[in-house]
Write a protein that binds this ligand. Structure first.
Ligand SMILES: O=C([O-])CC(=O)C(=O)O
Ligand SMILES: [Mg+2]
Length: 539
């Protein structure tokens, strides 16, 4: 008996889902064989948070602060999420962009705790065994990467695992997905990053990246086996290289519950930002013309959703497509260009050849420019001044991550446009004072959308995620932006409201699933109340 009780208590202390540390009450300690294993004091949750904050404040560098949070994540999950929920503004840049970029770059050197699932090419044909090894009984959400294009940092191989871990932290912190039902996954088919391959501490498979059938079969096997064990699981594709990202989405979007966050999540957030911007400028959405710097996942994901939104307002698709133009590594994408990837073809218009982005701005006279090519400072003063000359209120979205890859910073955007820019960025920028005004720029980052989308899909047990759900999410997010937000230059709500935002998006997405015959359960009478109730909250 005694032995069993002791084992039970120690297990609780050792299990991040069950451990409450000093917050275990005297009664719980007595009942679980924990007496003597903890010091006398019982801490309240607030005292625990104060202790963590003090510890974090000992460190200057964001990566060190991250390590404090990360050790909590591995030992006392409730406290970790309490920190994230109660101090979202402070913690989100640590567990997510921009610090998560550095976390990934150094992942092999800060690796301490096992977390998630690594599916390596060496285990092809045996993925079912790996899935069987996962301790999670139920999994609601998987975020999976192959590390080929981590943020704007390129191929980081298995070090990219920091991204699925960070995204799933946000699923729980921002949208109340039960952390015990999440699974971060890295498909490791090697890496073409020479630094990884030369690093003796590199944690991944030390070989060049596999492509073609080897890659496809391993991903297929993973998806099949994951769904065999957890049939209703939502699979979020994250930070795959362009080619695989589009191919995987094409292959699975009409068959299973999945989406690609970089293509579709980013698109929904950007569209919401555009809706906010036109509220400020007073110009019609249908009058907007966008020039994208970049022609990859985010670029054509956003362009496609803008087109869908215009078509939804009654514009013919061919005409709607003309509202978006792409500028890639070879210059402006035009009808003259040959050998264009399929995702770019709808945007190859009859346009003059332009080899610099500034020329393209002058030729197209866009109302908005969207940076998604990870080319730091590409939106320079000349480009921004040109946008300000063409538009009373130019839309300037610098969406590449992390901060080091942003096309411009907030201050440059406001300064070069005399404070007229309608600005959003993928990574956070602090408020700035320019031209006698105080601007509070906010993140046009998919983190406003993917947690709520996933929440809605999981709640309704949805079978699929059609485009309508992304339009729904974008509109719901835009509707939550207040006049006060707009007045200070914010195109998105405050991060401190992100749980409310996610609940509203979740409810709207679930309602969409019920209305379109995509749900696997009964519609509750009050969806918002039911979704709010469904959300995990740290104690
Ligand atoms: O992770 C982020 O901050 C946004 C995103 O999906 C990316 O940049 O790939
Ligand atoms: Mg991403």
């Amino acid at each position: 008996m005694t032995e069993c009780k002791t084992t039970h208590g120690v297990k609780k202390l050792g299990c991040p889902h069950l451990n409450r540390g000093l917050a275990f009450t005297k009664e719980e300690r007595a009942a679980n064989g924990l007496e003597g294993l903890l010091p006398a004091a019982v801490s309240t949750g607030d005292e625990q948070v104060a202790r963590v904050k003090e510890m974090m404040n000992r460190f200057e560098r964001p990566l060190d602060k991250f390590l404090v949070l990360d050790s909590l994540h591995a030992t006392d999950e409730n406290l970790y999420f309490k920190m994230l929920v109660e101090h979202t503004d402070e913690c989100m840049p640590l567990v997510y962009t921009p610090t998560v970029g550095e976390v990934c770059q150094k992942f092999s050197h800060i690796y301490r705790y096992p977390r998630g699932l690594f599916v390596s090419l060496e285990q092809k044909g045996r993925v079912a065994e790996l899935i069987a090894n996962c301790p999670q009984k139920d999994v609601d959400v998987i975020v999976v990467t192959d590390g080929q294009r981590i943020l704007g940092l390129g191929d980081l191989g298995a070090n990219g695992m920091g991204i699925p871990v960070g995204k799933l932290s946000l699923y729980t912190a921002c949208a109340g997905i039960n952390p015990a039902k999440t699974l971060p996954v890295t498909i490791d088919v090697g890496t073409n990053n020479p630094e990884n391959l030369a690093d003796p501490l590199y944690i991944g498979l030390r070989r060049e990246r596999a492509t073609g059938a080897d890659f496809d079969e391993l991903v297929d096997e993973f998806i099949t086996e994951a769904r065999r064990r957890w049939p209703n699981v939502l699979i979020q594709f994250e930070d795959f290289g362009n080619h695989n990202a589009f191919a995987l989405l094409e292959r699975y979007r009409d068959k299973i519950l999945c989406f690609n966050d970089d293509i579709q999540g980013t698109a929904a957030v950007a569209l919401a930002g555009v809706y906010s911007a036109v509220r400020v400028s007073g110009r019609k959405f249908s009058e907007q013309r966008f020039l994208f710097l970049g022609a990859g996942e985010a670029a054509t994901g956003i362009a496609d959703l803008i087109v869908d939104a215009l078509v939804d307002e009654g514009m013919p698709r061919e005409e709607a497509r003309k509202h978006c133009a792409l500028f890639d590594s070879k210059g402006l994408v035009t009808a003259n260009r040959t050998g264009l990837a399929a995702n770019k073809q709808p945007y190859a218009h009859d346009l003059p050849d332009c080899t610099t982005f500034l020329e393209a701005v002058k030729a197209i006279r866009p109302t908005g420019i969207v940076g998604v090519a990870a080319q730091p400072k590409a939106f320079n003063e000349e480009v921004l001044a040109e946008m300000a000359a063409i538009n009373e209120r130019p839309i300037i979205f610098a969406l590449s991550n992390p901060t080091s890859r942003a096309e411009c910073d907030a201050e440059t955007a406001y300064r070069a446009t005399e404070g007229r820019a309608l600005f959003a960025s993928g990574s956070p920028f602090a408020p700035v004072d320019v031209c006698g005004r105080h601007f509070v720029p906010r993140q046009g980052n998919n983190s406003y959308v993917f947690p709520g989308l996933g929440l809605g899909a999981v709640f309704a047990n949805a079978r699929m995620m059609p485009t309508g759900m992304f339009l729904t999410a974008a509109r719901e997010l835009a509707a939550l932006v207040s006049e006060e937000d707009l007045a200070q230059g914010s195109l998105y709500p405050s991060l401190s409201e992100v749980r409310h935002v996610s609940m509203k998006i979740g409810a709207a997405v679930a309602a969409y699933a019920y209305e379109h015959g995509l749900a696997g359960n009964e519609r509750p009478s009050d969806i918002e109340a039911a979704v709010a109730d469904f959300m995990y909250r740290p104690e």
